[in-house]
Design a binder for this molecule. Sequence first.
Ligand SMILES: Nc1ncnc2c1ncn2[C@@H]1O[C@H](COP(=O)(O)OP(=O)(O)OP(=O)(O)O)[C@@H](O)[C@H]1O
Length: 344
Amino acid sequence: METKKRITFVVNPISGTHGKEFILRLIEKELNHSIYDYSIRKTEYAGHASEIAAHAAAEHTDIVVAIGGDGTINEIGRALIHTNTAMGIIPCGSGNGLARHLHIPMEPKGAINVLNAGNVKTIDYGIIDNHPFFCTCGVGFDAFVSLKFADSGKRGLLTYLENTLHESLTYEPETYEIENSTGTVRYKAFLIACANASQYGNNAYIAPQASLTDGMMDITVLEPFTVLDVPSLSFQLFNRTLDQNSRIKTMKDKSIIIHRAKEGVFHFDGDPMMGGKDLKVEIIHQGLHVIAPIRPKQMPSPPLNILQHFTDFIGRRPITSAIAQKHKQLLMLNHHILRRLSKK
Ligand SMILES: Nc1ncnc2c1ncn2[C@@H]1O[C@H](COP(=O)(O)OP(=O)(O)OP(=O)(O)O)[C@@H](O)[C@H]1O
């Protein structure tokens, strides 16, 4: 008789905004018990998920499942790299960038079904200044925001967006040099994002062409922009076409060094960290096994319903009117953003 596989579920009780008890009940009800034995651990402090996952990997547990957001996934992922233990995800964060990229359903029942299907995929991960990341890392405005509003996700994404838009008007772009495999290029930049996955989370595609399996990092440089660029930048961020904006420069590489004038903050998977003037960022090919759906051969065409993504992003209920109506609403929304920005 074949032995059952072992799963350890790691719950971060403080991630996202919802209680986790119903997910634990759903696991008991929906997990395929004929193929899996499972245990559940709750984290008690930051860093605990890493310890639990490292212990589970040392015990040859087959799968460790993160029940949390990208911070919890980062903790578990970095403990499982280069082991035979795969990471599963039941998304519970506010952004869920890696889960979305992997097409893992946002509803717990769908995510448990992905575990039942048990398809294993091996993905790349990145390292910035010795810190592993799985989604994105970077310097500049988004690192500044990750530090300044570290807890504001809990106060609501709309507040977060408003604060972010407000700060973006006064934020001073810095000068960076990016040393890559072909030479060194100097940029004045609002932000530099190094992407393993294509999105920050909430379907905000900072590097629309990024792949988790190509052994390459997608680097997006956002050069200084004016308030007039905000509507097109925000539209393209959610429409997966940001790389077509004239303020954006993109490149792919396995390894780069970012040189800056002074030490400061960087972020990895949205968590802020202080770093030196020179930051090495590299991609390690095929370092982590994950449980994810087999990707449909034919990718759906890029989403037309930008407004829906935008409303998902700011935490409102999706709007389901006709596409023409959505475009009209989008224009109004852009107008509204412009008005708010010019008032601040
Ligand atoms: N029991 C705990 N007490 C305090 N902090 C914890 C605990 N367990 C985990 N953490 C920390 O909580 C942080 C946030 O968790 P996580 O990123 O999963 O949720 P989130 O911030 O709601 O989601 P997202 O990253 O998608 O916005 C993690 O960086 C992790 O280190």
